[in-house]
Design a protein around this ligand. Structure first.
Ligand code: CA
Length: 621
């Protein structure tokens, strides 16, 4: 009940009861964004006003420092777009917006204009100093069983259904911040938390039906803001997952579109071809391109047309609103190449103008460094396109890590795959701003791709946490979560053990974990906590040696500090001949194994067990 009251209070700010001369409420009006702040670099603000027949009214704003510059209408009489100019002298307060019809004020709306938090514009985004923990809130922990089913939200919980709602929520995340901190991760990327009032598959969050409200089954906007504050107080960052390519088919826009070209539409349902490479292919046919960019992701995910200028502004302001309101440290942008790329470039620039040190990572699911690099800011693309997107996801390295340890070493197989991907980093304007990962919510868990081989998982994690880029870890990796025979999406996003009171195994406390699970989670804790303070890993120079006989060696070096990493992708123990690495080892007097703390004095020939990684901090006299 408490939650209901909170959300009702929130709505008071958003809903306007328009009043007739007799004082009777007539219609409701919704304004988005629901509030704003003074002090942004961009003095313009566009309000989307939605209400029955609202375009027949004359809006009036009397507030010092605010000018209503333009009122724009579309063919839909239920929408008005108000272009406001906020002068540098404007002060915070409730801005009264009146709507006149036949000389009477038929409606009035109080729009909150707030003061920004000090230093907000200088917020620093996530960086290679971070390790991102990706979780799906419905599947992580159920901190509040009372919100599992909510009146007015169509899908009810069913934990037995892999594609159903399981009841996890924001409180479940907040309750385990201490666990995450202890694990050693430094940032949380949660899949979308905005309302998905869909009949089914609403758990994943990518079918948004309200861009300004957290789904009430996950919590409230205030719960999300509090989560951000709690994470920050624990030294952790928060990354929000945003979706502009499509919304949920139950979004009010679908039955009552704000403009004629709000959606990309076809005479009959037309699916995208999902081939992101088409977006950058210089030889792409118009047919393939149209299908890729404008085809729908799924029947329940209508494809939004970001070329509509009202929609473009809506999403720019939506992002700035959430960054400012929640104090975000980053954005992960879903299905990036599926959106209009000129819009996305404009959006990136608008966000980074307000927050120059912020970071945004785009999901550009292409698998070669050439295709991926096209999407990174300042890439020297021959078509002149600059995305202005700072970070991209390294799907090329993901493929290499998935395949490499499962193969015999050869001319182009095994660890050479890792070497080969890194050797192409010259195409990236900023290779340190690549998000590296071994699995996420859209693919099989890494362990499943390795036939359950935990040694491979440890090698992959050792590599992920010592190579260049920003590592991302998928929730439950530390508890050896894997995907079995069931390859459905729901199963890739299974419940974290211990997140539900009835769970017999609890990975948060360690209760009921197998020896293997305990060992892997200790391995990760040690490595992650070590990495936190290793500037040599965050920004040190990377030098690698061609893999020979399944041994791949690389170094990270910064000023006087050097870290040596050895991967042994052989089914047998191997001894390393140091002479090959003389340029790094010649003055070394001792080395410390990061994982065991064991010190080697005058390290000579180093022995590495079968299928394992050795991470050594080198010391010189
Ligand atoms: Ca719940």
């Amino acid at each position: 009940m408490r939650r209901k009251k909170l959300s009702l209070r929130l709505w008071v700010g958003l809903i306007l009861l328009s009043v007739t001369a007799t004082g009777q409420p007539q219609t409701t009006v919704k304004v988005e964004p629901p509030s704003w702040w003074t002090g942004f670099r961009n003095p313009s603000l566009q309000l989307m006003v939605y209400g029955k027949g609202i375009s027949g009214t004359i809006p009036v704003i009397n507030y010092p420092g605010i000018t209503l510059e333009k009122v724009e209408k579309t063919s839909n009489p239920d929408y008005l777009f108000l272009d406001l100019f906020l002068s540098s002298s404007v002060t915070p307060g409730d801005v009264s917006i009146g709507f006149l019809a036949d000389g009477d004020t038929v409606a009035r709306f109080l729009f909150p204009l707030k003061e920004r938090k000090p230093g907000s514009a200088n917020r620093k985004g996530f960086s290679p100093a971070d390790v991102i923990y990706l979780l799906m809130p419905d599947r992580f922990a159920n901190g509040d069983p009372s919100n599992d089913a909510v009146t007015g939200m169509s899908e009810k919980p069913d934990r037995r259904d892999p594609g159903g709602r399981h009841g996890g929520d924001i409180k479940g995340i907040a309750d385990h911040i201490g666990y995450l901190q202890n694990l050693g991760i430094t940032a949380v990327w949660s899949t979308p938390l905005l309302e998905n009032n869909m009949k089914k598959y609403s758990y994943h969050g990518y079918a948004i039906t309200d861009y300004y409200h957290i789904d009430s089954r996950l919590g409230s906007n205030d719960d999300y803001f509090a989560l951000a504050d709690q994470l920050h107080a624990s030294g952790l960052r928060l990354i929000m997952d945003m979706v502009f390519n499509h919304c949920g088919s139950n979004h009010p826009w679908v039955s009552d579109p704000p403009d004629t070209n709000w959606f990309n539409e076809f005479p009959a349902f037309t699916r995208t071809n999902y081939r992101s490479a088409v977006a950058t292919d210089p030889y792409a046919s118009g047919y393939d391109f149209t299908l890729f960019r404008k085809g729908w992701f799924d029947e329940h995910l209508p494809d939004l047309n970001q070329r509509n200028p009202f929609l473009a502004k809506y999403f720019i302001q939506h992002a700035i609103w959430w960054i400012e309101a929640a104090g975000l440290d980053g954005i992960r942008l879903d299905t990036y190449p599926y959106c209009d790329k000129d819009f996305m470039a404009e959006w990136d620039q608008a966000v980074l103008t307000e927050y120059p040190s912020f970071n945004i990572v785009g999901e550009c699911w292409v698998t070669t460094p050439g295709s991926i690099s096209y999407w990174q800011k300042d890439s020297p693309n021959t078509d002149g396109f600059n995305s202005h997107l700072p970070a991209v996801i390294d799907f090329a390295m993901y493929d290499a890590l998935r395949l490499g340890f499962m193969e015999n070493e050869g001319w182009s197989t095994g660890t050479l795959r890792l070497y080969d991907i890194l050797s192409q980093d010259f195409v990236y304007p900023d290779p340190d701003n690549l998000l590296v990962f071994i699995d996420n919510h859209d693919v099989d868990r890494y362990l499943a791709t390795q036939g359950g081989n935990v040694r491979h998982l440890k090698m992959a994690l050792a590599f992920l946490l010592t190579t260049r880029g920003i590592p991302q870890i998928y929730y439950g990796t530390e508890a050896l979560m894997t995907t079995g025979e069931d390859k459905s999406d729901g199963n890739k996003r299974a419940d974290f053990p211990g997140g539900w009171p009835s769970d017999s195994v609890n990975a948060f406390t360690g209760k009921g974990l197998t020896a293997d699970q305990q060992e892997l989670s200790a391995y990760m804790r040690r490595l992650l906590n070590w990495r936190k303070n290793q500037e040599v890993i965050h920004r040190g120079k990377l030098t690698h040696f061609l893999p020979v006989e399944g041994i791949y060696v690389y170094f990270r070096s910064l000023e006087t500090k050097t870290v040596m990493v050895v991967l042994n992708n052989n089914p047998a123990e191997k001894t390393i001949d140091p002479t090959r690495y003389d340029e790094f080892l010649r003055d070394v007097t001792s080395a410390v194994d990061v994982m065991t703390g064991k010190r080697f004095n005058n390290p000579g020939h180093i022995t590495v067990p079968a299928e394992s990684a050795l991470i050594l901090e080198l010391e010189k006299q």
